[in-house]
Design a protein around this ligand. Structure first.
Ligand code: HEC
Ligand code: HEC
Length: 203
């Protein structure tokens, strides 16, 4: 009898420990269906690996509260964040931010030189600030400011275009900055950034 009881209590203990871990893994897998199991991004879903933790947390909140309202965010992320509690959101941000990022390198290599020049110096005559002033000299991000280096060309381009068209007005400087960029400048910046690699040690 006592042996059965002991077995039951061991089982209960195992469930108590395994339960939460299992739930977290389920949440990670749910995100991985779209963002890739190693968080490197897939198709329209951007890379999360190596992204700034606090930025991820802020974005999950911005989708959940419907502040981030660009077309693909509405279509995919409103649903994915609808029932996400803050604790799980924080754990998912811990998990994905700690994965090593890989550069997508899917931009146009002819545009890299132009893109780098805007990233580093801006275009003062056109009211375009140097991106590195906020996003860091290696586009690695800082605190809640996102890493841009190595994100996919298509994602970066779409994000800047969405802002230029007045989507996602969650109170950041980006809509104003994106509105000052021409389509050629957006393509150049997105191309340059898609090739930027930053090693894990530099995070
Ligand atoms: C059905 C597909 C799908 C699922 C499931 C999904 N995502 Fe997304 N996610 C997307 C797409 C597509 C975007 C890009 C939206 C855009 O273009 O603005 C995105 C954007 C994001 C962003 C913004 C990234 C950035 O650089 O600004 C974060 C953070 C994110 N997802 C985290 C998650 C997490 C965490 C989960 C799991 C709880 C998850 N996603 C589940 C498709 C998905
Ligand atoms: C004054 C500071 C500042 C400058 C300068 C700036 N940014 Fe940003 N950028 C931000 C902030 C803050 C965010 C995060 C917005 C949020 O949390 O929703 C951001 C977000 C972004 C994102 C979204 C990344 C993602 O994962 O979705 C892109 C792309 C971006 N910036 C590109 C640029 C480019 C290109 C330039 C230069 C032309 C630039 N930024 C200059 C402050 C800045």
């Amino acid at each position: 009898m006592s042996r059965i009881l002991r077995k039951i209590s061991v089982l209960t203990l195992a469930l108590l420990i395994a339960g939460p871990i299992w739930a977290d893994e389920l949440a990670i897998r749910n995100c991985g269906w779209c963002h890739g199991m190693s968080g490197q991004g897939y198709s329209k879903a951007p890379r999360l690996a190596g992204q700034r933790r606090d930025y991820i947390v802020n974005q999950l909140r911005a989708f959940a509260t419907h502040q981030r309202d660009e077309t693909l965010g509405v279509k995919y992320m409103w649903n994915a964040t609808a029932n996400l509690d803050p604790l799980t959101a924080g754990k998912l941000a811990d998990y994905f931010s700690a994965l090593p990022p890989e550069a997508m390198k899917d931009g146009e290599s002819d545009l890299v030189v132009d893109g780098r020049a805007i990233f580093e110096n801006g275009v003062p005559d056109e009211n375009i600030p140097a991106c590195q002033a906020c996003h860091g000299p290696q586009a690695q991000g800082v605190r809640a400011l996102p890493r841009l280096g190595g994100l996919s060309f298509l994602y970066l381009k779409r994000r800047l275009e969405d802002w230029a068209q007045g989507r996602d007005l969650s109170g950041t400087p980006m809509p104003r900055i994106a509105a000052a960029l021409s389509p050629t400048q957006i393509a150049a910046l997105a191309s340059f950034l898609s090739f930027v690699e930053v090693g894990a040690s530099e995070r």
